[in-house]
Design a protein around this ligand. Sequence first.
Ligand code: NAD
Length: 373
Amino acid sequence: MKENKLEVGFIGAGAYVSGNHLPNAQRNPALRIRAICDLSAETLERHRAAYQPDYVTTDYRDVLRDERVDFVVIGTQHDVRLPLIRAAAEAGKPIWVEKPMSTTNAESRQILDIVRRTGVLFQVGFNRRFAPGIVDLKRVLGRFPRLQTLYLRAIEERKLWPDWPFTPQHGGTLGSEACHFMDLATFLAGAEPVRLRARGDAMYALAVSIDFANGTVAEFFCGVHGSAGYPKEYIEAFGGECTAVLRSFVELNVCGVDGETDRSYPLEFDPQPEAFRDLPAFEALYRKNRHWRDHIPPEDFAARHYYRSQPQVNKGRYEALDDFARAVRERRAATGCDATDGARATAMVLAAEKSIRSGGPVEFSLEAALRET
Ligand SMILES: NC(=O)c1ccc[n+]([C@@H]2O[C@H](COP(=O)([O-])OP(=O)(O)OC[C@H]3O[C@@H](n4cnc5c(N)ncnc54)[C@H](O)[C@@H]3O)[C@@H](O)[C@H]2O)c1
């Protein structure tokens, strides 16, 4: 802690952390960037110039030994998790880890044990729960007589992605992207999943059906074979005589719930703030997004990194990290996804993989999945 600001140590500072957590920590008045660790010297030099941390390093142990680091953000690729989490927990550092928390149920079980044994504060980066549109949607769903059916969609464009998520150890679309919607569907349904059925291609394009213990059924489409010109995400929820639709985090439409009106949410980053001001939020986003897709700067395309040019909807990235930091400061439990939520999302991904292989539904229980290993 310095000047009453929590000091953060970043371990793994590639595309996502560069585009989100570092700028978000820098603009958060309660935080200070103490240390940045990455394996790439070029990345470290760029971050040293942009964020002026007290030091940069290629050895994460420097960050964990540092008494001034109040919490760590682990933003490495998916297959570099367990040793970092173990070392950070044993050093007593509260841990924010990017999604997915783990890639196997055995890894989840070990992480759960480490977190229980050390008692460190621990949160997984399923940020969507903190998006203003999701916070409102969740509240509105609480006013439905019950949530009966839920539809989610997230389609991107393969050639705009880096290659590493499409390797077997990172699980493709299912492992790196569908895990968000496993968690989000569970959060919105407010119940444990009991059955999954997945079809399609785990790497690039799939459909997943989930039955929840309270009777809610969810269906989602996820993949990278679409155009990034169209806004990526969409959620529809139905129950009783009520409907709620969240259009790419910028517009919420609610019908059949007394007193609830449509709402819109500002972009987190708007490359054309003066354009399309007369249009409804989703229409304006569509036009801005399409314009971005048609004019991607060559350097962004080469880096597969678009946070400086693409319209950014508010998916709760700032809010989620801020909430975790408040929990660290107040020494209270974090309100975001804990290790059990992280383990559940991983187990659901693995169950979906199993379902694609078998061609049939898979009965789901987190306890059973964790016992299996
Ligand atoms: N929450 C979200 O919406 C969201 C979106 C995109 C990516 N992510 C997640 O963020 C994470 C990183 O993804 P990315 O696209 O930034 O990947 P990336 O490859 O660009 O960055 C990962 C970085 O980790 C570094 N690294 C690896 N091992 C390390 C070690 N032992 N010590 C220090 N640094 C190490 C690498 O040098 C690299 O720079 C992944 O878990 C990904 O799923 C989350």
